[in-house]
Design a protein around this ligand. Sequence first.
Ligand SMILES: [Zn+2]
Length: 260
Amino acid sequence: MAEPTSVFTRLVLAPNAGPMTLEGTNSYLLAAPGSASVVIVDPGPDDAGHIDALVGHGPVELVLITHLHGDHTEASAELHRRTGAPVRALDPAFCIGGELLNDGEEIAAAGLRISVLATPGHTADSVCFVLDEDGAAGSILTGDTLLGRGTTVLARPDGDLGAYLDSLGRLKNLGPMTVLPGHGPMLPNLEEISSAYLEHRLQRLDEVRAARERLGANATVATVTDAVYRDIEPSVRFAAEYSVEAQLAYLDSAGNDLTS
Ligand SMILES: [Zn+2]
């Protein structure tokens, strides 16, 4: 089943719901009206039924990857085998028969112009795909950089808060585009969501800074997580610890502790 999400996009929800994936991974089909071929963004998990659902909408011209996590990329090899479509990513290890993506590149495929925007933070290789002409304000596929619900984890080993704050600032400047996230429901306004994420991140950072000062010599990733994420579900505690680790690293990097 492919559910329309904008003029140029349809959603195929993968059957991998969980505490970190919400309802499951959102794989997207992209095509201009009248185009015979489609572009797939994020193949998702290696699930036979999901891959069948992705390939049932016309020839696959290209597969694009928002970032390297397995819940977005595991089906890449099988999808490539079945369709021959090149798989393109920012990380060379996740390209199959296709070239590396470049920040700022414009891709022409399935009757569309797709712009590549590097947005490191969740991972170093995270990118968003912008469809300027999709509806009145355009749309953006954000992978795990912005989610339909909750907040993004700064993942180990290369999640980076400084890079993430810069990325959120870049996204905010793109205006009120429709947000098509890697998990959870679509959201109406990129500018508003990016601002809310920025505010949330800076507030968390203040809490982490305060907790570290209060704990003094006893401040560790575990004790700061206990202090800041008080009612966290045990199943996602590791994710909170990753984010605390990234925030402590940010505070330790030169100058950042003096800015607020
Ligand atoms: Zn991810």
